[in-house]
Design a binder for this molecule. Structure first.
Ligand SMILES: [Fe+2]
Ligand SMILES: [Fe+2]
Length: 185
């Protein structure tokens, strides 16, 4: 059986399912190319913050523990992405911001879900801890969601964290412009 054919373990399945749920919310938040459905976006925003919390506070520390205290190198990049995503959730959502979140998540989720990705590794390292870890993930608390801020300071931080994660801020970020499908490459 090839690596791709192997069925995902329980941790990978649970977390990848959360990715799918968030993807669907993000997609339906963009009702028209120029309009964001704020109610759906709020659900997405709270859900993504909780998901990031599950990984940073529960999953990554567990992986580090199973590796005898040695952090998995890829988690440094994943944490940079999380920082960029959390900052993208700060300003008032515009189609340009949603498109950037989507692009980032597409790259990011592959690193986590793919064969040999961090989720796969978790299932292989967890052993008898798998069940208690899954329980902890399910019980993860929701994260306090701050009011949106469009201050110049937030935009400066956003530019910096995106660059650090390997992305560039679109010039139209922060303005209400239609999203072009070409951004999904
Ligand atoms: Fe992540
Ligand atoms: Fe994730």
């Amino acid at each position: 059986m090839s690596q791709e054919d192997r069925e995902a373990g329980p941790l990978a399945q649970f977390l990848a399912e959360d990715h799918r749920r968030l993807d669907a919310l993000l997609q339906s938040a963009l009702v028209q190319p120029t309009r964001v459905n704020r109610e759906v976006y709020d659900q997405f925003r709270a859900g993504l913050l909780r998901h990031i919390g599950m990984e940073e506070k529960i999953l990554f520390p567990a992986v580090q523990r199973w590796r005898g205290g040695d952090p998995l190198p890829i988690t440094a990049k994943l944490r940079l992405d999380h920082g960029a995503l959390a900052t993208l959730l700060m300003p008032t959502p515009t189609p340009a911001i949603l498109a950037t979140i989507r692009r980032l998540l597409m790259d990011h989720n592959v690193l986590e879900e793919g064969p040999g990705g961090v989720y796969d590794l978790c299932d292989r390292l967890a052993g008898s801890d798998a069940e208690s870890l899954l329980k902890a993930l399910r019980a993860a608390p929701s994260v306090a969601v701050m009011p949106h801020s469009d201050s110049p300071a937030v935009m400066t931080i956003l530019r910096r964290v995106l660059e650090r994660a390997g992305y560039r801020m679109d010039t139209d970020m922060g303005t209400d412009v239609p999203v072009t499908p070409a951004q999904e490459s």
